[in-house]
Design a protein around this ligand. Structure first.
Ligand SMILES: C[S@@+](CC[C@H](N)C(=O)[O-])C[C@H]1O[C@@H](n2cnc3c(N)ncnc32)[C@H](O)[C@@H]1O
Length: 235
Protein backbone atom coordinates (compact mmCIF):
# COMPACT_ATOMS: atom_id res chain seq x y z
CA UNK A 1 0.00 0.00 0.00
CA UNK A 2 1.33 3.46 -0.92
CA UNK A 3 0.66 6.70 0.92
CA UNK A 4 1.03 10.14 -0.57
CA UNK A 5 0.59 13.81 0.27
CA UNK A 6 -0.84 14.63 3.68
CA UNK A 7 -0.99 11.04 4.96
CA UNK A 8 2.58 10.31 3.90
CA UNK A 9 3.82 13.45 5.65
CA UNK A 10 2.09 12.29 8.86
CA UNK A 11 3.42 8.73 8.52
CA UNK A 12 6.99 9.96 7.97
CA UNK A 13 6.96 11.75 11.32
CA UNK A 14 6.11 8.62 13.32
CA UNK A 15 9.12 7.24 15.24
CA UNK A 16 9.78 3.49 15.63
CA UNK A 17 7.12 2.46 18.14
CA UNK A 18 6.03 -0.53 20.19
CA UNK A 19 2.36 0.40 19.86
CA UNK A 20 0.82 3.27 17.91
CA UNK A 21 -2.72 4.48 18.57
CA UNK A 22 -4.38 6.14 15.59
CA UNK A 23 -7.30 8.16 16.99
CA UNK A 24 -10.04 8.87 14.43
CA UNK A 25 -8.48 6.43 11.99
CA UNK A 26 -11.39 6.24 9.49
CA UNK A 27 -9.83 4.35 6.54
CA UNK A 28 -7.01 2.91 8.68
CA UNK A 29 -4.31 3.52 6.06
CA UNK A 30 -1.79 5.08 8.46
CA UNK A 31 -1.49 2.19 10.94
CA UNK A 32 -1.48 -0.43 8.15
CA UNK A 33 1.39 1.40 6.42
CA UNK A 34 3.31 1.80 9.71
CA UNK A 35 2.94 -1.84 10.75
CA UNK A 36 3.73 -3.19 7.27
CA UNK A 37 6.97 -1.21 7.25
CA UNK A 38 7.91 -2.32 10.76
CA UNK A 39 7.84 1.27 12.07
CA UNK A 40 5.16 0.17 14.53
CA UNK A 41 5.30 -3.31 16.06
CA UNK A 42 1.54 -3.10 16.68
CA UNK A 43 -1.30 -0.60 16.56
CA UNK A 44 -4.70 0.21 17.99
CA UNK A 45 -7.09 2.08 15.73
CA UNK A 46 -10.02 3.98 17.21
CA UNK A 47 -12.91 5.91 15.81
CA UNK A 48 -16.04 7.43 17.34
CA UNK A 49 -17.97 6.14 14.34
CA UNK A 50 -18.52 2.39 14.06
CA UNK A 51 -19.13 2.80 10.31
CA UNK A 52 -15.75 4.51 9.86
CA UNK A 53 -14.02 1.84 11.89
CA UNK A 54 -15.50 -0.87 9.63
CA UNK A 55 -13.48 0.60 6.74
CA UNK A 56 -10.30 0.31 8.81
CA UNK A 57 -11.17 -3.25 9.86
CA UNK A 58 -11.68 -4.25 6.22
CA UNK A 59 -8.27 -2.80 5.28
CA UNK A 60 -6.59 -4.53 8.23
CA UNK A 61 -8.13 -7.87 7.14
CA UNK A 62 -7.15 -7.28 3.51
CA UNK A 63 -3.52 -6.98 4.64
CA UNK A 64 -3.76 -9.93 7.07
CA UNK A 65 -2.80 -7.74 10.04
CA UNK A 66 -5.60 -8.73 12.47
CA UNK A 67 -3.05 -10.04 15.00
CA UNK A 68 -1.12 -6.78 15.00
CA UNK A 69 -3.80 -4.10 14.70
CA UNK A 70 -6.78 -3.94 17.03
CA UNK A 71 -9.85 -1.79 16.31
CA UNK A 72 -11.90 -0.10 19.07
CA UNK A 73 -14.96 2.14 18.75
CA UNK A 74 -14.84 5.12 21.08
CA UNK A 75 -14.37 8.79 21.77
CA UNK A 76 -10.77 10.01 21.62
CA UNK A 77 -8.42 8.25 24.04
CA UNK A 78 -11.25 7.00 26.29
CA UNK A 79 -10.80 3.44 24.94
CA UNK A 80 -7.04 3.37 25.58
CA UNK A 81 -5.52 2.21 28.87
CA UNK A 82 -2.55 4.02 30.44
CA UNK A 83 0.72 2.50 29.20
CA UNK A 84 -0.79 0.70 26.19
CA UNK A 85 0.79 2.94 23.57
CA UNK A 86 4.06 4.81 23.22
CA UNK A 87 2.90 6.86 20.21
CA UNK A 88 -0.43 8.56 19.53
CA UNK A 89 -1.46 9.91 16.12
CA UNK A 90 -4.41 12.28 15.74
CA UNK A 91 -4.70 13.46 12.14
CA UNK A 92 -7.25 14.95 9.79
CA UNK A 93 -9.43 16.62 12.44
CA UNK A 94 -9.52 20.15 13.88
CA UNK A 95 -7.00 21.50 16.37
CA UNK A 96 -9.73 22.16 18.94
CA UNK A 97 -10.82 18.51 18.86
CA UNK A 98 -7.18 17.35 19.14
CA UNK A 99 -6.72 19.62 22.18
CA UNK A 100 -9.94 18.31 23.77
CA UNK A 101 -8.94 14.68 23.19
CA UNK A 102 -5.52 15.22 24.81
CA UNK A 103 -6.96 17.34 27.63
CA UNK A 104 -9.59 14.79 28.62
CA UNK A 105 -7.22 11.82 29.03
CA UNK A 106 -4.27 12.91 31.23
CA UNK A 107 -3.90 9.42 32.71
CA UNK A 108 -3.24 8.08 29.18
CA UNK A 109 -1.26 11.00 27.72
CA UNK A 110 1.16 10.97 30.66
CA UNK A 111 2.29 7.46 29.62
CA UNK A 112 2.73 8.29 25.91
CA UNK A 113 6.15 9.27 24.60
CA UNK A 114 5.33 10.86 21.24
CA UNK A 115 2.28 12.58 19.75
CA UNK A 116 2.05 13.05 15.99
CA UNK A 117 -0.65 15.63 15.37
CA UNK A 118 -2.01 16.95 12.09
CA UNK A 119 -4.71 19.55 12.73
CA UNK A 120 -6.77 20.67 9.73
CA UNK A 121 -7.41 24.06 11.36
CA UNK A 122 -6.71 25.99 14.61
CA UNK A 123 -3.04 25.01 14.35
CA UNK A 124 -1.96 28.08 16.35
CA UNK A 125 -4.42 27.32 19.13
CA UNK A 126 -3.14 23.74 19.36
CA UNK A 127 0.55 24.77 19.44
CA UNK A 128 -0.15 27.27 22.22
CA UNK A 129 -2.15 24.75 24.22
CA UNK A 130 0.62 22.15 23.89
CA UNK A 131 3.34 24.55 25.04
CA UNK A 132 1.18 25.91 27.90
CA UNK A 133 0.38 22.39 29.08
CA UNK A 134 3.71 20.67 29.48
CA UNK A 135 4.47 19.59 25.93
CA UNK A 136 7.39 20.54 23.71
CA UNK A 137 6.99 20.59 19.92
CA UNK A 138 10.13 18.70 18.94
CA UNK A 139 9.61 18.52 15.19
CA UNK A 140 7.28 19.78 12.49
CA UNK A 141 6.60 19.13 8.85
CA UNK A 142 4.62 20.69 6.07
CA UNK A 143 3.13 19.41 2.88
CA UNK A 144 1.03 20.90 0.12
CA UNK A 145 -1.75 19.26 -1.84
CA UNK A 146 -3.09 21.54 -4.57
CA UNK A 147 -3.78 24.89 -2.84
CA UNK A 148 -3.79 23.59 0.70
CA UNK A 149 -0.96 23.31 3.21
CA UNK A 150 -0.99 20.65 5.91
CA UNK A 151 1.02 21.06 9.10
CA UNK A 152 2.28 18.07 11.10
CA UNK A 153 3.56 18.49 14.66
CA UNK A 154 5.50 16.06 16.80
CA UNK A 155 5.10 16.71 20.51
CA UNK A 156 6.58 15.12 23.62
CA UNK A 157 6.28 15.82 27.33
CA UNK A 158 8.61 18.69 28.13
CA UNK A 159 9.13 22.40 28.44
CA UNK A 160 9.48 24.80 25.55
CA UNK A 161 10.02 28.52 25.36
CA UNK A 162 8.29 30.21 22.44
CA UNK A 163 10.01 33.58 21.93
CA UNK A 164 7.08 35.26 20.12
CA UNK A 165 3.38 34.50 19.52
CA UNK A 166 3.99 34.41 15.75
CA UNK A 167 5.65 31.00 16.23
CA UNK A 168 2.31 29.53 17.26
CA UNK A 169 1.15 30.27 13.70
CA UNK A 170 4.41 29.57 11.88
CA UNK A 171 5.90 26.57 13.63
CA UNK A 172 9.35 27.41 15.00
CA UNK A 173 10.70 23.99 14.01
CA UNK A 174 9.79 24.68 10.36
CA UNK A 175 12.09 27.71 10.49
CA UNK A 176 14.81 25.88 12.40
CA UNK A 177 14.93 23.01 9.89
CA UNK A 178 14.57 25.42 6.94
CA UNK A 179 11.63 23.51 5.55
CA UNK A 180 11.61 23.77 1.74
CA UNK A 181 7.93 24.86 1.67
CA UNK A 182 8.34 27.54 4.34
CA UNK A 183 8.60 30.52 1.97
CA UNK A 184 5.45 29.52 0.07
CA UNK A 185 3.70 28.75 3.34
CA UNK A 186 4.34 32.20 4.82
CA UNK A 187 3.36 33.84 1.51
CA UNK A 188 0.13 31.82 1.61
CA UNK A 189 -0.56 32.87 5.20
CA UNK A 190 0.11 36.54 4.38
CA UNK A 191 -2.24 36.43 1.37
CA UNK A 192 -4.98 34.69 3.36
CA UNK A 193 -4.67 37.15 6.25
CA UNK A 194 -4.72 40.14 3.87
CA UNK A 195 -7.95 38.78 2.31
CA UNK A 196 -9.55 38.42 5.77
CA UNK A 197 -8.51 42.01 6.62
CA UNK A 198 -10.13 43.24 3.40
CA UNK A 199 -13.38 41.42 4.27
CA UNK A 200 -13.44 42.74 7.83
CA UNK A 201 -12.75 46.28 6.62
CA UNK A 202 -15.69 46.13 4.24
CA UNK A 203 -17.95 44.88 7.06
CA UNK A 204 -16.98 47.78 9.31
CA UNK A 205 -19.10 46.73 12.31
CA UNK A 206 -17.94 47.44 15.91
CA UNK A 207 -17.65 43.66 16.41
CA UNK A 208 -15.34 43.24 13.45
CA UNK A 209 -13.05 46.07 14.66
CA UNK A 210 -11.36 44.01 17.37
CA UNK A 211 -10.93 41.07 14.98
CA UNK A 212 -9.54 43.45 12.37
CA UNK A 213 -6.87 44.73 14.75
CA UNK A 214 -5.93 41.14 15.60
CA UNK A 215 -5.51 40.15 11.94
CA UNK A 216 -3.56 43.32 11.16
CA UNK A 217 -1.17 42.47 13.99
CA UNK A 218 -0.83 38.92 12.70
CA UNK A 219 -0.06 40.17 9.18
CA UNK A 220 2.67 42.47 10.51
CA UNK A 221 4.15 39.55 12.47
CA UNK A 222 4.15 37.27 9.38
CA UNK A 223 5.80 40.02 7.33
CA UNK A 224 8.40 40.44 10.06
CA UNK A 225 9.33 36.74 9.96
CA UNK A 226 9.33 36.77 6.15
CA UNK A 227 11.64 39.79 5.94
CA UNK A 228 13.94 38.40 8.62
CA UNK A 229 14.24 35.07 6.77
CA UNK A 230 14.81 36.90 3.48
CA UNK A 231 17.58 39.01 5.04
CA UNK A 232 19.18 35.90 6.57
CA UNK A 233 19.16 34.31 3.11
CA UNK A 234 17.21 31.36 4.50
CA UNK A 235 15.73 30.64 1.05
C1 LIG B 1 -11.56 13.26 8.35
S1 LIG B 1 -11.38 11.74 9.15
C2 LIG B 1 -9.61 11.62 9.29
C3 LIG B 1 -9.15 10.22 9.09
C4 LIG B 1 -7.65 9.99 9.23
N1 LIG B 1 -7.22 10.20 10.60
C5 LIG B 1 -6.88 10.86 8.29
O1 LIG B 1 -6.07 11.67 8.74
O2 LIG B 1 -7.07 10.72 7.06
C6 LIG B 1 -11.86 12.08 10.81
C7 LIG B 1 -12.25 10.83 11.59
O3 LIG B 1 -12.24 11.15 12.98
C8 LIG B 1 -13.34 10.51 13.59
N2 LIG B 1 -13.61 11.23 14.85
C9 LIG B 1 -14.19 12.44 15.01
N3 LIG B 1 -14.26 12.76 16.30
C10 LIG B 1 -13.68 11.74 17.00
C11 LIG B 1 -13.45 11.49 18.38
N4 LIG B 1 -13.81 12.34 19.31
N5 LIG B 1 -12.85 10.33 18.71
C12 LIG B 1 -12.49 9.43 17.76
N6 LIG B 1 -12.69 9.62 16.45
C13 LIG B 1 -13.27 10.77 16.06
C14 LIG B 1 -14.43 10.58 12.55
O4 LIG B 1 -15.44 9.61 12.78
C15 LIG B 1 -13.66 10.33 11.26
O5 LIG B 1 -13.62 8.98 10.92
Amino acid sequence: MRLKGRLLSVAEMVPPSRCVVDVGTDHGKLPVWLVKRGIAESAIVTDISAASLKKAEALIRAHGLEDMIEARVGDGLSVIHPGEADTVIIAGVGGVLIRDILKSAPQVTSTVKTFVLQPMKSQGLLRKWLVDNGYAIVDESLTREKDKFYEVMVAQQGKQHIPHDVYYDIGYMLIKKQHPLLKEFIEYKMAKTAAIIEQLESRGTPDSKKELEEFKRKLEDYKGVYLWLTRCNRW
